[in-house]
Design a protein around this ligand. Structure first.
Ligand code: AMP
Length: 501
């Protein structure tokens, strides 16, 4: 009798593990794979993602409730992306046995299936399926080749070069310009008749993202109000080369008859590509730049179209681009004279860094007020003048020098992914909020004296880190508030002597 009692008790308490429930991912508060496991003693659990054991982190972790007879829980995902796609296997173990059960999770499609090498396609068992897939791929390739040839013929170089149908909004038919008329500070509807969300400035063709709300009222498309100032070739005397961008060389020059003092130093940007489309882009760019006037946007004086190359004339910013400047004023900087280290340039202090940042923020507040989305804010695209004056100075020409800052996606598209927020990387959505993200990266650049963001990571790893880090655009501060915070920090920081001329 007592023997029976003990064995039945033993039977009650010793139960091998079973996975009673394992559901496909579903959205509750967060996205969740619900599960229930039984066993006595209660099993220990392990999770595997595509056969690799999952280490819980803040983006994927099990939330578990232990009861007397079972374990109930949820494998929780915070804003899962395509990186989370795959098979999820739950393994339950007690000393009576081990069970596993799997479920497939598909969260998002891969943003750049042609370049992000994350998943290896599984072998197709169905020969017909393979045939169809190959046929479609061939068809797509032919279309792409035709598009590529057409774009090469009629288009011109673009920094981002995103050329999906409907993605590029042209101001005029056949124009490949990124430029959008700005009438009295607002963009004319002519530039937005595709329904644009964001307007991009740049000497390159840059796509526009949809938003029908802007500037639907009260603007007359047929009447451009922008008069670009024309400067005569004989009034420009080149002095020396300052640098080279994607569209041509940049020179320091003297310009006559631009100001009452007769002669002034200017930076002239030359356009080496002289196709008709490029000329149109040039014209539109000039109109855009003529209308962008702010103390923290580089001043545009006009164009010179008397001969080749076409020239744009800008104010000369003595210290060149901000990235170079930061590096030259960091702890590792050395002045080299005849190849020999001579002296450092003087390290930037906290107040100066905050000054730099708040000036860029001021330029961005202006751009946002004009509903312009820059899409490529980075220190390489800002310029430094006398007395630590900083301006947003480049709207699309620095790709060549800083080519490692751009990531080639699918052959032609160049993206500055290290400055891009998750939504721009994943969905190519560029907004004022995505510019704010880039400003965050600029702050990091400033405080590291011009280091490349994520310098220790390869591009694919950068994409993974940024998209795993997902910060929603709505959670970002607006640039005005950021500037106020920078001012407050500046007030609180100790003041240094101004070391820069
Ligand atoms: P970009 O074609 O705008 O990328 O310019 C190439 C390089 O020329 C920059 O990295 C700067 O060093 C220099 N540069 C461009 N614009 C100016 C300017 N307005 N004043 C002084 N240097 C400039």
């Amino acid at each position: 009798m007592s023997n029976w009692h003990w064995s039945s008790l033993l039977f009650c308490f010793l139960v091998p593990p079973t996975i009673v429930k394992l559901e496909e991912p579903a959205r509750y508060h967060d996205t969740c794979i619900l599960f229930t496991v039984r066993g006595s003693p209660l099993p220990t659990l392990r999770w595997f993602h595509d056969n690799k054991e999952l280490t819980p982190n803040k983006y994927v972790h099990p939330d578990v409730d232990y009861y007397k007879d079972d374990i109930e829980g949820c494998l929780t995902f915070k804003n899962p992306t395509h990186f989370n796609n795959g098979n999820y296997t739950l393994e339950a173990t007690n000393y009576l046995g081990v069970v596993t059960s799997s479920v497939h999770g598909h969260f998002l499609n891969m943003p750049f299936p042609d370049s992000v090498t994350a998943e290896t396609p599984k072998p197709q068992e169905d020969a017909f399926g393979v045939f169809i897939a190959v046929g479609l791929a061939t068809f797509a390739c032919v279309i792409l080749v035709i598009l590529f040839l057409l774009i090469n013929k009629y288009g011109r170089r673009s920094k981002f070069n995103i050329k999906g149908p409907g993605a590029v909004m042209n101001v005029e038919e056949n124009s490949t310009s990124p430029l959008h008329h700005v009438n009295h500070g607002v963009i004319s509807p002519c530039a937005l008749d595709n329904g644009s969300d964001s307007v991009v400035i740049g000497l390159s063709r840059i796509p526009i993202i949809e938003n029908p709300q802007y500037f639907r009222h009260g603007h007359n498309c047929s009447k451009p109000t922008t008069y670009v100032h024309h400067i005569k070739q004989r009034d420009i005397v080149l002095k020396r080369e300052l640098g080279e961008g994607a569209f041509g060389k940049v020179f320091l020059a003297e310009c006559y008859n631009l100001s009452p003092t007769k002669k002034m130093l200017v930076a002239v940007k030359t356009l080496k590509d002289l196709t008709l489309a490029a000329r149109k882009d040039f014209q539109h760019e000039a109109e855009l730049l003529t209308n962008l006037q702010h103390e923290h946007i580089v001043k545009f004086y006009g164009v010179c179209v008397d001969g080749d190359p076409l020239i744009m004339v800008f104010e000369y910013m003595k210290h060149g681009d901000l990235n170079k400047f930061l590096r030259a004023h960091g702890p590792d900087a050395m002045m080299l004279v005849d190849g020999q280290p001579l002296q450092t340039n003087g390290e930037l202090g906290l107040v100066q860094m905050l000054q730099i940042a708040s000036q860029i923020a001021a330029g961005m507040i202006y751009l946002a007020s004009q509903h312009f989305v820059h899409r490529d804010l980075a220190t390489r695209n800002c310029l430094v003048g006398n007395g630590l004056l900083v301006k947003i100075g480049d709207f699309g020409m620095s790709r060549d020098i800083y080519s490692t800052d751009y990531y080639r996606v699918g052959g032609h598209t160049m993206l500055p992914i290290r400055w891009m927020p998750p939504e721009s990387i994943m969905y190519r959505k560029f907004t004022t909020e995505s510019d704010v993200w880039s400003f965050g990266v600029i702050l990091w650049e400033i405080f590291t004296y011009g280091k490349q963001p994520w310098f220790q990571l390869a591009n694919n790893e950068v994409i993974e880190c940024i998209t795993q880090g997902r910060r929603e655009p709505q959670q970002r501060l607006i640039i005005k508030d950021i500037q106020q915070k920078l001012f407050a920090l500046m007030k609180a920081a100790p003041v240094y002597l101004d070391i820069l001329g």
